[in-house]
Design a protein around this ligand. Structure first.
Ligand code: ME8
Length: 505
């Protein structure tokens, strides 16, 4: 059985989770569910980044101890994931001992190998970014809260790995996706890499993991955070478990943290003699209008509000359908309602109602026998047969929005088929026409079932409801063959769970 290990960034617990955090986590969830449905053994990891300056500052602002602060804030993420029906297999917090011990192990290994050295360093430091920045970066003006600092620190010999990293990226086209991001990193690597400062003096920052070789320092939060991807799966403690899942199939993230993941992380792994992850995938940002959603701009859309108003599954659908991986996407309530009404209420929901109401009215709610299929039926069957394979291949290429389009396309095809056949008219004619209307409706219900199954990873709850309405609740969710919903099946109660949304003007 193939294994599939997917991760999200571990989010800072200094903030309210917003739609951006929800997006990456949902993306991981949808991929994990698709892969489970393909029969892969899946491990899906998410968690929280709980050390560092930002968290310490938030705790000070609230006048509580950092540990109390993170214990209170982590719940917001955990509750949101529950609410969004995220099926993660593990949730790692960087303040847990299973993690902090592994960070210490990694530091010791690097220290003993001579990969870390102490040096006096004078340079510009961005408090908001929590790292030293170059003079050029100061001039670019993209960083806030810049200070000039002179202090002793510990450095990782990152520069030694520049050539090997470039080579790896060039020989593994799938290592950084999408391609535009890969080119961006290759461009970044054209300039000499500096060594990476991996410590912070306790006099400046106390909330972190103490360096095992100098108790006056804590570990730089990014070295700490990145290690979560291996600490959570048993690196250096449970080798069998580690070997089972590592290297990760996908590290998912937004484009904001691509450099730390595709430069710091692989060079640290190389230095420690650990294999590199297979794919680092950076998606775009959700924008509100044309601007990035950010707390300081005050334009953050809280996913919980949307979920409270419209339900979890429509929100999951919208986020998966409207972002092309790699590009930014614009979020608006209008866009959400338009997408919902056109795809879910009209194309999908009306179809469910149309087919089931007709079967209830004219065939006592029992799927009628099918006669012989003619050319029109066979054309529809051919489209339905090819859809699962197309969806599978698009998902493997991370084109989730296109995979959804294929499924909605199948519903549209089915609507056209019904318009052509008009079973609502023919069923009332003579006996022969009633038999042919029965064939049409049975086939439509079965193909509707296939489309619904294909959308299950995106909208698990409402699809379960639809499958139950179709009488398909006991069928194998991942068997997409035509003809599984047999004549004689009794339809369930209820109607489509996608009523039209009317927004008052
Ligand atoms: O960077 N659109 O945590 P973070 C889409 N702790 N995705 C967005 C987004 C937006 N507008 N805003 C945020 C950190 N995200 C570190 C990570 S990992 C070892 C350490 C998502 O809480 C996106 O995945 O700032 C982005 O990369 C992540 O949230 C940043 O989360």
């Amino acid at each position: 059985m193939a294994t599939f290990y997917v991760t999200t960034p571990i989010y800072y617990v200094n903030d309210e989770p917003h739609i951006g955090h929800a997006y990456t986590t949902l993306l991981a969830d949808v991929l994990a569910r698709y892969h489970r449905s393909l029969g892969d053994e899946v491990h899906f990891l998410t968690g929280t980044d709980e050390h560092g300056q930002k968290v310490q500052e938030s705790a000070i602002k609230r006048n509580v101890q950092p540990q109390q602060h993170v214990d209170e804030y982590v719940v917001r993420f955990q509750e949101l994931w529950k609410k969004l029906h995220i099926q993660n297999d593990d949730f790692i917090r960087t303040t847990e001992k299973r993690h902090t011990d592994r960070v210490v192990d990694l530091l010791n290994i690097l220290w003993e190998k001579g990969e870390i050295y102490a040096a006096e360093y004078e340079g510009y430091y961005s408090v908001s970014e929590e790292r030293f920045i170059t003079e050029k970066e100061v001039e670019d003006g993209n960083f806030r809260e810049i200070k000039k600092l002179k202090e002793k620190n510990y450095f990782f010999r990152m520069s030694n790995y520049q050539e090997t990293l470039i080579e790896h990226i060039k020989t593994h086209p799938e290592f950084i996706l999408p391609k535009t991001r890969r080119n961006e990193i290759l461009g970044f690597l054209e300039k000499p890499l500096t060594d990476l400062c991996i410590s912070r003096p306790k006099t400046r920052l106390s909330w972190g993991i103490e360096l095992p070789f100098d108790k006056d320092y804590v570990t730089y939060v990014w070295l700490d955070a990145l290690t979560n991807y291996i600490s959570a799966i048993g690196w250096n403690t449970d080798n069998k478990r580690f070997q089972k899942w590592w290297p990760a199939n996908y590290h998912l993230m937004g484009k904001d943290i691509l450099t730390t993941h595709s430069v710091y992380w692989p060079t640290l792994l190389m230095a420690a003699g650990i294999q590199l992850p297979k794919t680092i995938l950076a998606h775009g940002f959700w924008l509100s209008g044309d601007t990035k959603m950010s707390k300081s701009l005050g334009n953050v859309v809280n996913p919980l509000d949307l979920v409270d108003s419209y339900g979890v599954d429509p929100v999951r659908y919208y986020l998966m359908r409207d972002m092309v991986l790699g590009h930014d996407a614009s979020f608006s309530l209008d866009g959400f309602v338009r997408r919902y009404n056109s795809d879910l209420a009209n194309d999908f929901g009306n179809l469910v109602n149309r087919v089931t109401i007709l079967i209830k009215k004219h065939f006592s709610g029992i799927l009628p026998e099918t006669g012989t299929f003619d050319k029109t039926d066979l054309e529809l069957i051919a489209i339905a047969k090819s859809a699962p394979q197309k969806v599978r291949s698009l998902i493997s290429n991370l084109k989730i929005n296109e995979a959804i389009e294929i499924t909605v396309g199948l519903f549209r095809e089915l609507n056209r088929y019904l318009e052509k056949r008009e079973p609502w008219k023919t069923v009332k004619l003579d006996k022969a026409h009633k038999i042919s209307a029965g064939t049409t409706l049975s086939l439509a219900a079965d193909i509707l079932r296939i489309g619904a199954q294909l959308l299950h990873p995106v909208m698990p709850n409402r699809i379960d409801l639809i499958l139950q309405i179709l009488g398909a609740q006991n069928l194998d969710l991942v068997n997409f063959s035509v003809g599984l919903l047999k004549p004689g099946t009794v339809l369930g109660e209820g109607k489509s769970p996608f009523p039209r949304i009317e927004i008052p003007k």
